[in-house]
Ligand binder design. Structure first.
Ligand SMILES: [Zn+2]
Length: 289
């Protein structure tokens, strides 16, 4: 099995550091980049301002870090749209997406809605798959996308674009966290978003994917299958611990990303164990069944 080719390689996407801080993506959506770049967050967290032009209202999706400069940039984007914030939606509980949800909800006097009750807060709303939110002059569909985390949601817009949080990243691939994440659920969630036929994927990190979103989702599925194949090959070749598997399978990945790679590896091993294809023993020992 060969490594699948990333269809984005030929798309001319902005390289790290070149993503505009604020960008109007379509009439419904403005993206505001938070100043929190890192190995895991790529350029930083993308906060999306969503609303029908002329409605005077907007929804914030993934407010991101509770950072005064980021809040000022979001308020500038709201003013440019002549809109006030009427709700804060959050894709999942990780702090780089959710930290500002409750403080900014209070700041704007807007309710918070998320898949996780703690993120939504005492006065917020816990969202379920299939909910349709009539907000800011438009309708936003709630799509359960567990896998990266258990509570992960995507939001489908009337334009056909889908805000995917950390389910799909603008560059590279995402992490299935462990023990919270779930590879089987993640693969189902990738197929679920693929079946929506999205016109664009607006990612939690990195550039928006508009050229062929379906091809990116197919690449993500193929990438997961390839990693699983690599793990099984490494086990057959003598790797005996999670550390040895990560060092073998992720040899070409910078070591600063190995903690995340270790989580994805453990998550994939949990899937393989559930399928009876591997056995784990005490500690980090693992072998083919
Ligand atoms: Zn995350």
């Amino acid at each position: 099995m060969d490594a699948p080719a990333d269809p984005r390689a030929t798309w001319g996407l902005p390289v790290p550091g070149e993503l505009p801080r604020t960008a109007d993506l379509e009439p419904l959506v403005t993206r505001v980049l938070a100043p929190n770049p890192s190995g895991m967050t790529l350029d930083g967290t993308n906060t999306y301002v969503v609303g029908a032009p002329g409605s005077g209202q907007a929804v914030l999706v993934d407010p991101g870090p509770d950072d005064p400069a980021h809040l000022a940039a979001v308020e500038t984007a709201l003013a440019a749209r002549d809109a006030r914030c009427v709700a804060v939606l959050v894709t999942h509980h990780h702090g780089d997406h959710a930290e500002a949800a409750l403080p900014w909800g209070a700041h704007f006097g807007a309710p918070v809605a998320a898949g996780d009750a703690t993120v939504a807060g005492a006065d917020g709303r816990v969202l379920d798959h299939g909910a349709r939110l009539d907000l800011a002059g438009t309708t936003i569909g709630v799509v359960a996308t567990p896998g990266h985390t258990r509570d992960h949601l995507a939001f489908r817009l009337e334009s056909g674009a889908v805000l995917v949080g950390d389910h799909v990243l603008g560059r590279g691939t995402s992490v299935v966290t462990h023990p919270e994440g779930d590879v089987v659920a993640y693969l189902e969630s990738l197929r679920r978003v693929h079946d929506l036929g999205p016109s664009a994927l607006y990612c939690g990190h990195g550039p928006e994917l508009t050229e062929d979103p379906g091809a990116v989702l197919e690449y993500y599925l193929a990438h997961r299958a390839f990693r699983e194949h690599q793990l099984l090959t490494a086990l057959a070749g003598g790797a005996r611990t999670v550390e040895e598997l990560v060092a073998t399978v992720y040899a070409e990945v910078p070591q600063r990303l190995w903690p995340a790679a270790t989580q994805s590896t453990r998550a994939t091993l949990a899937k393989l164990q559930g399928e009876g294809r591997i056995e784990t023993a005490t500690g980090d020992a693992v072998r083919l069944a």
